[in-house]
Design a protein around this ligand. Sequence first.
Ligand SMILES: NC(=O)c1ccc[n+]([C@@H]2O[C@H](COP(=O)([O-])OP(=O)(O)OC[C@H]3O[C@@H](n4cnc5c(N)ncnc54)[C@H](O)[C@@H]3O)[C@@H](O)[C@H]2O)c1
Length: 313
Amino acid sequence: MYNNYLIIGGAGFIGSHLVEVCYEAGKNVIIYDNFSLGKMGHLKNSPNVEIVKGDILDLKSLQDCINKYQPEIVFHLAAIHFIPTCENDPSHALRINVEGTQNVLLATSGKVAKLIFTSTGAIYNPEVTDALNEESDIKTGDIYGITKLTAEELVKYHVKKERGNAVIARLFNAVGPRETNPHLVPAIMDQLAEGNWHVELGNLFPKRDYIHARDIAEGLFAISQTKLNANLEIFNIGSGTEYTVEELVTLCGEASGKPITIESVESRRRKYDRPNQLADISKITQMCGWRPKRNLKIALEEVWNTEMVNSKG
Ligand SMILES: NC(=O)c1ccc[n+]([C@@H]2O[C@H](COP(=O)([O-])OP(=O)(O)OC[C@H]3O[C@@H](n4cnc5c(N)ncnc54)[C@H](O)[C@@H]3O)[C@@H](O)[C@H]2O)c1
């Protein structure tokens, strides 16, 4: 039904998986990215896609891109996503995540069929330990969450004012090849590839909902293909399964085939860690017919086999 797909932040971790999904579905794919973390190498499975190097803070450049390629679907994934980066430079995170999103709204206003904005499951109240659905309580606890919640509010306000069509997709913890930020999985895999099989961590108990980046990409694509009844919809995209940090690291060890040991050390423990974060994915499953296909074990084996096994010997 739609042919022209613009993916803002398409050279990044999740974005490059989304590029592949859209490309394999035969769509005309345009990528808009400033390549601050995105890499050309992430795009090698999707030849012949259009690549525009530009910044979301540059409204004119965004507008030129929209006018030239006339996308029907726009995915907005560009953001400062790593929590320590946001905490170290809150003004920069606010500019990219909030002002950048406002620019995307301005540039796409009245020109596209559907805008899909990627938010995060981290904006849900950490005190809620049941599976989180789209109506669950919201409470942000850091700069990243504040920027994403503010951007969500801008999307909602824009839809109300301009009568556009938008989707807020709240993503849970992505894992898989091509991760750009030094989250737990790349950090552990790097240690294992260096031959360091004794892993020192902070708290081992927190549970998170880990989902393969390709599954997230397929979920975002399914949303783009679904005829929605409301001008604004919110969907969780997670696996619906939780693992503790200890279970995650044990699976990293199994993927690498190394005899790892895990120790929780005082100096690495955070004073506060939300105990869990589990997605209720019934809404997207029912409305868009999507469900994740890959489990955490498969995702970690893929990371090890494609990125680590030959990297350091
Ligand atoms: N990775 C996760 O676990 C996760 C979880 C929840 C939500 N999200 C959200 O999903 C989106 C994608 O996350 P990711 O992990 O792929 O991150 P990423 O950092 O790999 O991708 C972001 C991409 O945007 C580009 N970019 C950054 N600033 C830009 C700017 N000013 N102008 C143009 N391009 C810019 C980067 O070069 C990169 O290619 C983000 O919005 C993030 O907040 C990610």
